[in-house]
Design a protein around this ligand. Structure first.
Ligand code: AMP
Ligand code: MG
Length: 362
């Protein structure tokens, strides 16, 4: 009966001024966290779905609200480097230095788990992923809650992560009591996850802090590659982990070069339109003229300039959701290179993709 009642009630959305957060609203939200509830809040990467990391029953509610499988561990959010000691047992010197340098910010560090944390937070692993978000609302909420907050992205499992309170509401209305609305997130892709239980540390998921920045700081950093040979990987789209996916089928051209992706798109668009399907293309400003002169009946969303990958990243998830809202059957997108945040964009598009093409491209 209780679960049904939770689903019936509409989720409250409270606007918060991120420059000057209303501490009354923050403290009301913190009381919900302390009472074992799950609420959504903005971070600089994507919106998080948070619960008291030290309350196993509250953490269970995150998995329930998202439909997330229990084997997928959560990131624990803390308010400062000093709070690291509450979630881990051992803080290597380089972890302390990484925290001092990159926090608050979109870098998640995997460290030894403090056994005081309930096992469901980390999917029973003896390690825990932890970060300090760079967002006034997130930080104020964690401090006011006087605990650490376990939080995955505030979307339904395997879907596109939310970069606005509206996105969270679309996915989770009726499943959680409250969304703190801090407007659109700035970075727009998730944090970089760095395994610090080994040396050299290894990037498990590219994200808001670039591999280059980590290498400059640490000297030696590995990057996890599911398959070292990217061509074989691309030729076997079935091996891709399905994640971050819109409802429409995404065709991802793994090339940054217009001379590769334009003919690939052209052929696809002609085929799909001939079959009576609706097509959308996620492009950059520099390609607007080419698309406008070649196609009149497809949906186009420009993510910004190819010269500003931060802009592209911050608009990516909203564009994928908008294509679904426009009812397209197919979405086309291309690669933005493997440097800086381009690597995170590529990772997300690879996982979102129904098919990856142009493997001979650059
Ligand atoms: P999400 O919260 O959905 O944005 O994703 C959290 C990411 O952190 C996933 O890629 C997890 O696999 C990763 N993660 C969380 N905890 C751990 C851990 N203890 N060890 C390795 N990866 C982790
Ligand atoms: Mg997620």
């Amino acid at each position: 009966m209780k679960a049904v009642a939770r689903l019936m009630k509409m989720t409250e959305v409270v606007k918060i001024d991120i420059l000057n957060p209303d501490m009354g609203e923050i403290s009301r939200a913190a009381k919900l966290i302390r009472a074992g509830e799950v609420i959504a809040f903005p971070t600089e990467t994507v919106y998080g779905l948070g619960a008291d990391a030290f309350n196993a029953a509250a953490v269970d509610k995150i998995f329930l609200a998202k439909g997330r499988p229990a084997h997928d561990p959560l990131i624990v959010h803390i308010a400062s480097v000093d709070q690291l000691a509450s979630v881990t047992v051992k803080i290597p010197d380089f972890v302390q230095r990484l925290g001092n340098h990159f926090w608050p910010g979109p870098l998640t560090l995997v460290v030894q788990r403090n056994p005081a944390l309930p096992g469901n937070v980390t999917a029973e692993l003896d390690t825990v992923a932890v970060r300090v978000p760079q967002h006034a609302v997130a930080l104020a909420l964690i401090k006011a809650s006087q605990t650490a907050i376990a939080a995955p992205s505030a979307n339904l499992f395997s879907g596109v992560s939310p970069t606005s309170a509206e996105h969270v509401f679309q996915d989770l209305n009726g499943r959680i009591p409250l969304i703190l609305d801090g407007g659109s997130t700035t970075i727009g892709v998730e944090s970089t996850v760095l395994d610090c239980t080994i040396w050299p540390p290894k990037v498990l998921r590219p994200g808001g802090i670039s591999v280059e920045a980590l290498r400059t700081f640490l000297g030696d950093v590995d990057v996890f590659q599911k398959n070292k040979d990217v061509v074989t990987f691309v030729k076997s789209p079935g091996m891709l982990d399905k994640h971050y996916s819109p409802s429409a089928h995404l065709y991802f051209c793994l090339s940054t070069l217009p001379e590769h992706y334009q003919p690939y798109f052209e052929q696809l668009i002609e085929n799909k339109l001939r079959a009576g399907k609706k097509v959308g293309a996620i492009i950059v400003n520099e390609d607007e003229a080419w698309f406008a002169s070649h196609f009149s009946s497809i949906e186009i969303i420009s993510l910004g300039s190819i010269l500003h990958l931060e802009q592209v990243a911050s608009h990516l998830y909203a564009a994928l959701r908008e294509m679904d809202a426009r009812g397209v059957d197919y979405i086309l997108a291309h690669d933005f290179g493997g440097e800086g945040v381009g690597l995170a964009i590529r990772d997300r598009l690879m996982r979102a993709a129904f098919e990856v093409g142009c493997c001979e491209g650059g």
